[in-house]
Design a protein around this ligand. Structure first.
Ligand SMILES: [Zn+2]
Ligand SMILES: [Zn+2]
Length: 437
């Protein structure tokens, strides 16, 4: 099974609607949508990328493995893999360089609990929490290096690279891409923060992705390495900056870690770090207007190909008793929670452009018919729950089953205050009334 097919399947699995808390293992896992054929899932498992395979990092072992695996890379080999991972090879290869530079700087130490999150190490940021191995692979393949330089994420990335076999060498277009990224950063107006630089890179479409946050991830990677750092907060190729220090931010609105959190365009590119990591390549600015033809073309890159794939449009059934016209009192709608799970709602009345609805008893494997409707209100644990929902005639996952139904049996009067909601959020709100979902 090729990589794009694997990633495409994982993309469909790792949707919020498929996430659930598994009481038995005490973990968040993902349901496999019924649209995925069992033989495809088997092939995904055989490729080592089946979902819900958890890895629980333990600090000492992670640091030992990071040292061992990264020792198999020279800095130049890792830098080459990074360059290739900008365009011609999957993004995963960028992590060769973060792992190598991290391993070069990390001091020997034991796990030191970080403030309130005791499972995070204050020195290296290693998070001792179970992760889904295939999901980590998916993120490294489609977004970039592990978040905040987590050593365990870097170890998992190194394992995946070893599985892939030969290490990629950058083609001319990869080097051009890197020089173009640096050229955009150098051409920013004074004091431009990372979000402005991210937007500028995204506008130039320098990476094989249309996702803006991925350009932000690249800046985080460059900053982690030390290419965009500050004197107070050096990047890893300059000196090891502990996790607790990288967690310092100028204000709470800044999401990224230091050094990037403190960097701006007036500080500029740390030329010494570029010379240390990439001494053999010409990194002088390129003219963005004279862009060479991408090699390979966008549609042949892993991310470019993946982003072109579209799920077949879900076709929802139509009830013979649905009638015509907008929602009115007495209507019953079915709400698709996810593939193969439906519940129903009763429309008590219309207020303005909103329908006052309440969940009814009954969970259905398929779109229910009029005869299956149970006219019995389904409360939350603390009593009846109604909501003023907008857009129920416009949302594809909310379909009318029948009209002119009698009001459901209720155990108590309507609550005085009703919440507002969107038709699209009913599927997640249903959880409050149907704990078993
Ligand atoms: Zn540590
Ligand atoms: Zn400034």
């Amino acid at each position: 099974m090729d990589m794009v097919a694997q990633l495409w399947m994982l993309k469909q699995i790792y949707q919020d609607e498929n996430r659930y808390f598994d009481e038995a293992s005490g973990q968040w896992l993902y349901r496999i949508p019924k649209t995925i054929p069992p033989e495809d899932l088997e092939a995904l498992n055989a490729a080592g990328h089946g979902p819900n395979q958890m890895f629980l990092p333990s600090h000492g072992k992670v640091l030992e493995e990071l040292a061992r695996r990264s020792a198999a890379w020279s800095l130049q080999e890792a830098a080459n893999a990074f360059l290739a991972g900008l365009w011609s090879a999957p993004f995963l290869w960028q992590s060769a360089l973060t792992a190598k530079v991290l391993a070069m700087g990390i001091p020997p130490h034991s796990h030191e609990p970080f403030g309130n999150s005791a499972d995070t190490c204050a020195v290296c940021g290693c998070l001792e929490r179970a992760v889904d191995v295939a999901q980590e692979w998916y993120f490294c393949m489609t977004e970039g290096t592990p978040l905040d330089g987590d050593p365990s994420g870097n170890v998992l990335a190194l394992r995946e690279m070893e599985k892939m076999g030969s290490r990629p060498m950058p083609v001319d277009y990869d080097v051009w891409t890197f020089r173009a990224v640096l050229a955009v950063i150098r051409s920013m107006p004074p004091h431009a923060r990372y979000s402005k630089v991210r937007d500028a890179l995204w506008k130039e479409k320098l990476l094989p992705t249309s996702k803006k946050w991925v350009y932000g991830k690249l800046l985080e990677t460059l900053s982690f390495l030390g290419i965009l750092d500050t004197e107070e907060y050096p990047g890893m190729a300059v000196s090891f900056t502990p996790y607790w220090k990288r967690e310092e931010r100028p204000n709470v609105r800044v999401e990224v870690q230091a050094p990037l959190a403190w960097w701006d365009s007036s500080i500029g590119i740390h030329e010494g770090v570029l010379e240390k990591i990439f001494p053999w390549i010409d990194i002088s600015p390129v003219d963005l207007a004279k862009r060479p033809t991408p090699m390979p073309p966008l549609c042949r890159t892993v991310t470019g190909c993946l982003e072109q794939k579209r799920a077949p449009r879900k076709s929802y059934p139509k009830s013979p008793d649905a009638g015509k016209g907008p929602a009115r009192a007495g209507d019953v709608y079915a709400v698709c929670i996810r593939e193969g799970v439906w519940v129903t709602i009763y429309c008590h009345r219309i207020e303005g452009n909103k329908a006052v609805v309440e969940f009814l008893e009954g969970v259905f494997e398929e779109f229910p018919g009029k005869g299956q409707i149970q006219l019995l209100a389904r409360p939350r644990r603390d009593g009846r729950w109604l909501t003023k929902a907008s857009g129920i005639d416009r949302h594809p996952g909310v379909r009318r089953v029948a009209r002119d139904m009698e009001a459901p049996k209720v155990a108590s009067p309507e609550p005085e205050k009703l919440s507002f909601s969107q038709a699209g959020s009913l599927k997640s709100l249903a959880w409050w009334c149907f704990g078993e979902l």
